[in-house]
Design a binder for this molecule. Structure first.
Ligand SMILES: [Mg+2]
Length: 272
């Protein structure tokens, strides 16, 4: 990425964080820790890597993006609204009765490929898309962003085995590896380590990168190898950008009072 592209990504990431905080405040709930954890990855993906046009989100040869950790979908919705997939005003209706946007991500929203939130579903669907693209001789790629909790699900490992066996090099799994999940620290619940060597044993390539360094995100996720499915393990911080939320699983899910919203926004707005 050049400096201008990096600046645009940084500005978008800041806007995404601000939207997420305001959405969770207005909606009185949401998986805020999970949203903030991926708030740097999504802007790089959507502005630099994915071949997706907000004006024609169903274009046949578009890259596919599936957010498997759909409970944190407000971060994706904020990114997409900023890029023009749908009106920004819709964000004001997040998680509200008769609102446009539900708490978990829904494919009824323009540009959203698949409804998710129950963990372990995104990667199997991404595998189906990778297989279909391969069989049809299409060149587009399929990206799937998963969480620690996703990789606790047996269905994810079935998908990992299947993709490795069939060498679906058009598939890229991005791991938002913040080592926390709903009820505690991932290593205390089901330890995924050693994750990169494990994926390699299953026939994948595996890279690791800082999930809050915009250039590192770009470098790790650009140019996937064609001969094997590709994993990029992003080291991230749950709640990133808000000091009282960072690395605290109690902010996996919950509302945000006006006072805490103000405190959080001050921090995010002051960040470089
Ligand atoms: Mg996690």
């Amino acid at each position: 990425m050049n400096q201008q592209q990096e600046k645009e990504c940084r500005e978008l990431a800041k806007k995404v964080r601000i939207h997420c905080l305001e959405m969770v405040h207005k909606g009185k709930s949401g998986h805020i820790g999970s949203m903030l954890s991926m708030a740097d990855i999504l802007p790089v993906l959507f502005t630099q890597l994915l071949n997706i046009d907000p004006k024609t989100p169903k274009k046949v040869d578009r890259d596919r993006f599936i957010l498997s950790k759909g409970h944190g979908g407000a971060a994706l919705l904020a990114t997409m609204a900023e890029l023009g997939f749908f009106p920004l005003e819709w964000l004001d209706t997040y998680y509200q009765d008769n609102g446009k946007l539900s708490g978990h991500i829904s494919h009824h929203i323009p540009g959203v490929e698949f409804s998710t939130g129950s963990l372990g579903h995104g990667l199997p669907v991404a595998c189906g898309m990778a297989m279909a693209a391969r069989q049809a001789g299409k060149k587009h790629k399929i990206y799937c962003l998963v969480s620690d909790g996703d990789l606790n699900e047996g269905s994810s490992w079935e998908a990992i085995m299947l993709a490795g066996q069939h060498k679906w090099g058009n598939l890229v799994m991005l791991v938002d590896y913040n080592r926390l999940q709903a009820l505690g620290a991932s290593p205390d619940i089901i330890d995924l380590e050693p994750l990169a060597p494990k994926l390699e044993m299953f026939g994948w390539t595996a890279k690791e990168a800082d999930g809050h360094d915009l250039n590192a995100i770009y470098d790790a996720a650009a140019s996937p190898q064609p001969g094997k499915p590709n994993a990029v393990i992003f080291r991230t911080v749950k709640g990133k950008g808000v000091s009282f939320m960072e690395n605290n699983y109690k902010w996996h899910y919950g509302g945000l009072t006006g006072e805490l919203l103000e405190k959080a926004l001050k921090e995010v707005e002051a960040a470089q």
